[in-house]
Design a protein around this ligand. Structure first.
Ligand SMILES: Cc1ncc(C[n+]2csc(CCOP(=O)(O)OP(=O)(O)O)c2C)c(N)n1
Ligand SMILES: [Mg+2]
Length: 271
């Protein structure tokens, strides 16, 4: 897929996210809208995967640590052929496979359940170590958020991944400066965040999470890096693409009402 097509897919992902949280009358729109460009790049270009065979041994592993943003993953999975797009309308229903926080009990293609923050980088580190031990060449991608860098377990993983020289591990961060209670720097100061990971020994890159060229080139550089794990700090805008949601912490976990959803879809259609 070329960059123009990837940008178009990102818009489709955003539209599906809005429809999902609106139908469910609950859920998290802000993070998924901010991650849509990155997930378009992953599902339609970067990941080695087979939507018809989610458990394919040779697949890359994508670990979603900040599970509350799962609408972006479900939308990307449906649009790339894991399951029918119509199933997205069951998001957050009690009997749906598309739980509000991802559950591998019900759904293939997720690698791990998540929602309890701070665990994903450790899980990804363990999987990366295990696959390398088996001499496998699969890559392990770990999606983490800035908010969960307030959790100690993230830093234990940051230390271990370097100790074991896990260059098959590519973590990327949704650095939107927002978490559930407001600005990350007010709730629990994280900066200088890239320097912290660098000082642990990570190969750290910083990129605009809404620039398709930068997204692709940073993932491609990460794939060839040797000797240490990579972290791409993607600068993103929570709620990206919907003017009244952008950079507003209240859209972390509030669904739009019918009128707001209509406006959001109109804006996305024009983008
Ligand atoms: C262990 C744990 N503690 C607290 C929460 C509650 N919680 C849910 S989302 C969230 C904010 C996380 O920040 P971030 O992922 O950066 O949020 P976003 O950028 O998506 O708004 C918190 C504290 C949780 N899910 N798990
Ligand atoms: Mg955040």
């Amino acid at each position: 897929m070329n960059n123009q097509e990837l940008k178009h897919k990102a818009r489709e992902i955003r539209e599906e996210v809005i429809k999902m949280v609106t139908a469910a009358k609950s859920g998290h729109p802000g993070g998924p809208l901010g991650l849509a460009d990155i997930y378009s790049a992953l599902y339609f270009k970067i990941l080695k995967h087979d939507p018809k065979n989610p458990n394919w041994e040779e697949r890359d592993r994508l670990i979603l640590s900040n599970g509350h943003v799962c609408a972006v993953r479900y939308a990307s999975m449906a649009l790339s052929g894991y399951f029918p797009v119509a199933e997205l309308s069951t998001f957050r229903n009690i009997k749906s496979r598309l739980q509000g926080h991802p559950s591998i009990t019900y759904m293939d293609g997720l690698e791990t359940s998540s929602g309890s923050l701070g665990q994903g980088l450790s899980i990804a580190t363990g999987i990366a170590l295990g696959l390398r031990h088996q001499k496998k060449t699969n890559r392990i991608y770990a999606c983490i958020s800035d908010g969960e860098c307030g959790e100690g377990m993230t830093w234990e993983a940051a230390q271990s991944a370097v100790h074991y020289k896990l260059d098959n591990l590519i973590a990327f961060m949704d650095r939107n400066f927002i978490q559930i209670d407001g600005n990350t720097e007010d709730v629990m100061r994280l900066e200088p965040l890239p320097e912290k990971f660098r000082s642990f020994g990570w190969n750290v890159m910083e990129a605009d999470g809404h620039n398709m060229e930068e997204i692709l080139s940073s993932f491609e550089k990460a794939q060839t890096h040797k000797g240490s794990p990579t972290l791409i700090v993607f600068r993103t805008i929570l709620g990206k693409g919907v003017s009244f949601m952008e950079n507003k912490p209240e859209w972390h976990g509030t669904p739009p009402n019918a009128e707001q959803a209509k406006q959001a879809l109109e804006e996305l259609a024009k983008a």
